[in-house]
Design a protein around this ligand. Structure first.
Ligand SMILES: [Zn+2]
Length: 322
C-alpha cells in the first residue's frame, strides 16, 4: 500500500472501532457518518463522494460495506468523503489532516448522540444541551459536509415539531482564537447578561481584517457566532444553529443592514435557553471554558499529579534507578 492508501484504510478502521456504547449497543463514528447522510433514525446505506481517490472518476457511490470503484476496482471507504487524504503528505507531520479528522469526529459523535436520543427518547432531546468544543463548523476538505449537517438538522426539527417536541440545544463554545481575543478586548463595552451579534461587515473589518465584500463562514458554519457576557462578567464565544433550518451566515455584506438574527430573532429560538444553561455551567477553572468541556478535557488528558508520578516511575525503571 502507498502512504495515502494506508491513511484511508486506517481512517476507515478508526471510524469503525470508535464511538460510544449505550444500553449495550455500540454506536461507531462510521454509524454517525451514515446517520448524518441519512434522516433522523434512518442512516444512509451509502455515501456519494466527489471522485474515486484512486482513479479520479467523478461521482462515485460508496456502499457502507465492502465498496469498490466500478471503474478501477480499488477499495473505497465512506470516510473518503472527508477527503483528508488530499492533505496527507507521505513525509510530513500531517498535523492538518489529523486535526481535520479529530474535529470532524467530534461533530459526528455529537450527531450520533442526538440521533440515539431521537430514536430512544425524543422528548429528552429538548432537555439536553449538546456542547461542542470549538465552533459549529466543518473546515477545509470536510467543509462540504456542512450541507449534510444542515439537511439532517432540518429533517430532525421538522420531525420533532410534528411530534410536538422542542428542538435540542446545540452550542459550540470556543476557548481560544481570534474571536475569543476580540471578545475579551471589547468585554468592557458589553454589560453582563448581554448578547452581541456579529454581522458580516463587522467580522470582516473589525475581527479578521478581510474584504467585507467577501462572505464570512458561509461555506463552513452550520451555526452563527455570538458573543455572550455571562451574569458573572465572563465572555463566551458561542455558535448556535438556526432553527428549523437555513445557513446561518447569509446576511448583508454592507454595514448597517441588519443580519438575519436581528431581523428575525425567532430564527434562533434556542438561543435564550442555551445561554441560560451556559450561565449555570460556566467555570473559573479555565479561561473561556464551561464545566462540561473542562470535565471532558480532564477525562482524556494525563492528570497532572498522577501523570507525572507514572512518568517518573517509568523513567526510573528505564534508567535502572532505585
Ligand atoms: Zn476508481
Amino acid at each position: 500500500m502507498t502512504g495515502i492508501e494506508t491513511w484511508r484504510l486506517e481512517l476507515d478502521q478508526m471510524f469503525r472501532s470508535n464511538g460510544f456504547n449505550e444500553s449495550g449497543q455500540t454506536y461507531s463514528l462510521h454509524d454517525a457518518l451514515l446517520t448524518m447522510h441519512g434522516t433522523p433514525g434512518s442512516p444512509a446505506q451509502s455515501i456519494e463522494i466527489g471522485k474515486c481517490p484512486a482513479c479520479g472518476v467523478p461521482n462515485v457511490t460508496v456502499a457502507a460495506e465492502d465498496a469498490k470503484c466500478s471503474d478501477c476496482s480499488s477499495a473505497l471507504y465512506i470516510t473518503d468523503v472527508l477527503r483528508t487524504h488530499d492533505e496527507f503528505a507521505e513525509s510530513g507531520s500531517n498535523i492538518v489532516p489529523f486535526t481535520r479528522v479529530m474535529n470532524a469526529a467530534e461533530r459526528f459523535l455529537s450527531i450520533g448522540y442526538i440521533d440515539w436520543l431521537y430514536t430512544h427518547a425524543p422528548a429528552a432531546l429538548a432537555t439536553t444541551l449538546f456542547i461542542q468544543d470549538g465552533p459549529l463548523a466543518f473546515y477545509g476538505t470536510t467543509a462540504p459536509l456542512l450541507r449534510r449537517w444542515l439537511n439532517y438538522w432540518c429533517a430532525l426539527n421538522t420531525e420533532l415539531t410534528r411530534r410536538g417536541h422542542l428542538p435540542p440545544l446545540v452550542v459550540g463554545v470556543e476557548k481560544s482564537g481570534t474571536f475569543v481575543e476580540h471578545a475579551n478586548a471589547i468585554a468592557d463595552h458589553i454589560p453582563n447578561g448581554h448578547l452581541m451579534g456579529l454581522d458580516n461587515h463587522y467580522i470582516q473589518t473589525r475581527i479578521r481584517a478581510k474584504n467585507p465584500e467577501k462572505w464570512y463562514g458561509q461555506d463552513e458554519f452550520y451555526g452563527r457566532r455570538f458573543f455572550y457576557k455571562t451574569f458573572t462578567g465572563r465572555m463566551l464565544v458561542v455558535t448556535v444553529p438556526r432553527v428549523p433550518e437555513g445557513t446561518p451566515y447569509n446576511d448583508s455584506k454592507k454595514p448597517g443592514k441588519p443580519p438575519d438574527w436581528h431581523a428575525n430573532p425567532k430564527q434562533y429560538p434556542t438561543l435564550r435557553a442555551t445561554l441560560e444553561a451556559l450561565d449555570r455551567v460556566q467555570t473559573r477553572m479555565y479561561p473561556n471554558a464551561v464545566i462540561p468541556v473542562a470535565l471532558a478535557h480532564e477525562a482524556v488528558a494525563l492528570p497532572l499529579g498522577t501523570g507525572s508520578h507514572v512518568l517518573t516511575l517509568m523513567a526510573k525503571k528505564a534508567l535502572g534507578l532505585p
